[in-house]
Ligand binder design. Structure first.
Ligand SMILES: Nc1nc2c(ncn2[C@@H]2O[C@H](COP(=O)(O)OP(=O)(O)OP(=O)(O)O)[C@@H](O)[C@H]2O)c(=O)[nH]1
Ligand SMILES: [Mg+2]
Length: 233
């Protein structure tokens, strides 16, 4: 990519960042851009678990602390769950004119270079742009998610209260790469059973298991604190 554009991104130019990501989406390789500046927090999990809803609450909390935040949602919004795309959720919460929030979605299925490569380039670029926080949302529990999450400094796996049976059958290994587990929809029955099942796999690696209710915000402050501890501030 054009060095002057990369330099503009590094200097904090949000329009340049948006343009550079569009170029990546159209297949342009990023190349070497040097070290990242912002730690990458990956939030992944099955469709409809509540990842975007949680991220919208996290954005509120991060902004309340006076910090800036960028979010990349890779392949957002599964048509199966009817989940709103993250950008819509943020707009609903009136961050559309807030310069301290940058939200971008990337639909990359069928992308020439593959889902993992294009999104990895976009993530590296966003990490250069000088935000205090960087969150990446991916949907699913497959190999692409594992590849994207390889880039993250901390991986949070969000599941819903019906995910118990899936934990042992996790062939792609997303459970193994998670640093923190969240059972969302704590207001629904079954959440505590899933927490117990996750405990067994989490304990070995020392990862925490939290329960949240994204729609009410319950437990999300503990989630933010746990994330901050993982990426070290
Ligand atoms: N009852 C309940 N519903 C929730 C909770 N969190 C999210 N939801 C609902 O679950 C649905 C999916 O939420 P999303 O945040 O879009 O989930 P997602 O994991 O981002 O979904 P995809 O991006 O499509 O995979 C929406 O209708 C939310 O309102 C919760 O804590 N409790
Ligand atoms: Mg989502």
């Amino acid at each position: 990519m054009e060095p002057s554009l990369v330099e503009a991104v590094r200097s904090g130019d949000r329009k340049a960042l948006a343009r550079a990501i569009t170029l990546i989406e159209s297949g342009q390789p990023l190349g070497e851009i040097g070290d990242r500046r912002t730690a990458i927090v990956g939030i992944t999990g099955p469709p409809g678990a509540g990842k975007s809803t949680l991220i919208a609450v996290l954005i509120e909390m991060i902004r309340d602390k006076g910090e800036t935040v960028a979010v990349l949602a890779v392949d957002p919004s599964s048509p199966l769950t009817g989940g709103a795309i993250l950008g819509d959720r943020i707009r609903m919460q009136a961050h559309v004119d807030d310069d301290g929030v940058f939200v971008r979605s990337m639909a990359t299925r069928g992308h020439l270079g593959g889902l993992a490569e294009a999104s990895s380039d976009a993530i590296r670029l966003m990490s250069l742009a000088g935000f205090d926080r960087l969150i990446v949302e991916t949907v699913g529990v497959g190999q692409s998610e594992v590849e994207i999450m390889d880039l993250a400094d901390a991986v949070v796996l969000v599941v819903g209260p019906s995910w118990g049976d899936q934990i042992q059958a996790d062939k792609a290994g997303i459970v193994e790469i998670a640093d923190l587990f969240v059972v969302n929809k704590g207001d629904r029955s079954g959440a505590l059973d899933v927490k117990r099942a996750l405990r067994e796999v989490a304990d070995a690696g020392g990862a925490k298991v939290l329960v949240t209710t994204a729609t009410s915000g319950d437990g999300v402050d503990e989630l933010l604190a746990a994330i901050e501890k993982l990426v070290g501030i």
